[in-house]
Design a protein around this ligand. Structure first.
Ligand code: NDP
Length: 489
């Protein structure tokens, strides 16, 4: 493999060099995918039971080195170690679940027939695609791509992973760990590089691409994949809402909004970026949330509440949104433009932001929260549903919380908590609208990485053949009589 260019990764916290990696071009990516093809056939041939055993051993290997992996995540992203440990812990549960449940979800099963097909036995099975390309972001460099990698592997595919250029060392760690439990063939490989390497992966002949990242890049990936009709799963950005109803535990809601809004410096796809609070609870909520935010200690020191922005260019996006909100009549109740530093951004709580302002409509991806007073739950739902995004939401309340969850136009909702759906592997993960389509996690996530195959087998000759040029005229009469009986009202 000829590689002419490399790139360096520097830690956002220490500024030190984490590692240097090659930028893989078109030929190099195609070479990796060609190796993956043979490895995929071997892996698929192992069957569900052996793959499950290997994935269990992989989980054991990661668990045995959990702190080492978490330290690397923390170094590359700048997030505090406890957050990185939580990310790995959630990932392990998914890995175990995917391995354990693949056979049940994807294994061969018989399905029922109708009277017209009573002489057939019918069965459905799911086959792996072959090679799946996974393109991941940097904000949760283990949890996010593993939502595709673990499920694609459990379904019997080989995986070629393109991590973000900011978290390539973490990706390399995962590949090395996997190779310790599957040393025979390169079933999981990494291609390092920048956006161009991701585009090369889309064009490399992989059988499916699972992309997690921004909505803009997701559209580009889909266009590239369309050139070769390569199917895609797109897990994109969000502008998630948290709703506080009249019978909510306001303190719990403020606590969840603070953590959901500014942990990981707000760089979570499911970050709480908008909060809608019914008028009766508004003042109490803003006071409690402000108190929590004012007590946070962002930075790179031990015990910091959250770290610096991972990607320098994101700082300008946050600054632009805060400035736009204030210029449009918004108020900074906690922090303000002065909180936006070079790399570190203090928590910012904005109120009175008009609904059409970019701070309320576009993904900020920083430690800012826009809180809006609403008349009632119905108005909260209407405003929450008013952006093109639709990833996830949280609802705090009792009597009407379930109803609100059902009316929200999103793929995931947690009631009286933030993001808890992420920790239940049996639940699917994915959004609607500008937040993407397709599902990872759970049974739907396994099926996303397999194609169904339908098989019928004739068990005996039908008394009346319907699919033959020699069919009798009375066959049609019988069908018409049957249809009338079967579908009468
Ligand atoms: P980007 O869209 O910038 O990048 C995502 C990945 O795509 C990176 O590996 C990137 O490489 C690669 N890439 C860039 N250009 C191309 C291209 N033309 N073709 C193929 N691949 C390309 O997202 P971020 O990394 O900045 O991640 C943040 C975004 O991810 C946020 O919008 C967030 O909401 C979203 N996200 C969504 C999640 C979900 O589940 N819905 C979960 C986590 C994050 P490189 O970095 O090297 O440029």
């Amino acid at each position: 493999m000829t590689v002419t260019e490399t790139f360096d990764i520097h830690s956002p916290t220490t500024g030190g060099l984490v590692g240097s990696f090659p930028v893989l071009g078109v030929d190099a990516v195609e070479e990796v995918v060609a190796h993956a093809r043979g490895a995929g056939r071997w892996w698929a041939g192992l069957g569900f039971r052996e793959r499950s055993r290997r994935l269990r051993r992989w989980a054991a290997d990661i668990a045995a080195h959990e702190i080492e992996l978490a330290q690397l995540i923390a170094l590359e992203t700048g997030k505090p170690l406890p957050d990185a440990v939580l990310e790995v812990a959630l990932t392990l549960d998914h890995l175990a679940w995917a391995g354990r449940n693949a056979s049940r979800v994807l294994g061969k099963r018989r399905v029922s027939r109708t009277i017209l097909t009573a002489n057939q036995s019918a069965s459905l099975r799911y086959e792996p695609f072959g090679v799946v390309g996974v393109i991941g972001p940097w904000n949760y460099p283990v949890f996010t791509p593993m939502g595709s990698i673990a499920y694609a592997l459990a379904a019997g595919n080989a995986v070629v992973f393109k991590p973000s250029e900011f978290t390539t060392a973490t990706g390399a760690w995962l590949v090395e760990s996997f190779a310790r439990v599957v040393p025979e063939h390169p079933v999981l490989q990494q291609v390092s590089g920048r956006g161009g390497t991701g585009a090369a992966l889309c064009r490399s002949g992989v059988d499916k691409v699972s992309f997690t990242g921004s909505t803009t890049t997701g559209a580009r990936v889909m266009a590239t994949c369309a050139e070769s009709l390569t199917p895609v799963v797109l897990e994109l950005g969000g502008k998630d809402a948290l709703i506080v109803d009249v019978d909510a535990d306001v303190s719990a809601a403020a606590d969840a909004a603070a953590f959901g809004g500014v942990s990981n410096a707000g760089q979570s796809c499911t970050a709480v970026e908008r909060v809608f609070v019914v008028a009766e609870r508004y003042d109490q909520f803003v006071a409690e949330l402000s108190a929590i935010l004012r007590n946070l200690t962002p930075g790179s020191q031990d015990g910091a509440s959250y770290g610096p922005m991972t990607m320098p260019s994101q700082v300008e996006v946050v600054r632009r949104h805060v400035d736009a909100a204030l210029a449009d009549g918004g108020r900074a109740v906690v922090g303000g433009p002065e909180s936006v530093g070079d790399r570190l951004i203090g928590p910012i709580l904005l109120t009175d932001v008009p609904p059409g302002n970019i701070a309320a409509t576009e993904e900020t991806f920083g430690p800012t929260i826009v809180v809006t007073k609403v008349r009632d739950l119905d108005q909260a739902i209407e405003l929450a549903n008013s952006t093109p995004f639709g990833l996830a939401a949280s609802v705090f309340g009792k009597r009407r919380a379930q109803e609100a969850a059902e009316r929200l136009r999103v793929g995931m909702v947690s009631i009286n908590s933030w993001v808890m759906y992420a920790g239940v592997p049996a639940l699917s993960w994915g959004g609607v609208g500008s937040s993407g389509f397709g599902r990872i996690h759970g049974a739907d996530g396994l099926r996303e990485f397999a194609r169904s195959k339908a098989i019928t087998r004739q068990q005996f000759k039908a008394p009346i053949s319907l699919t033959s040029f020699s069919r009798a005229k009375r066959a049609t009469d019988i069908v018409v009589r049957y249809d009338r009986l079967r579908h009468r009202r």
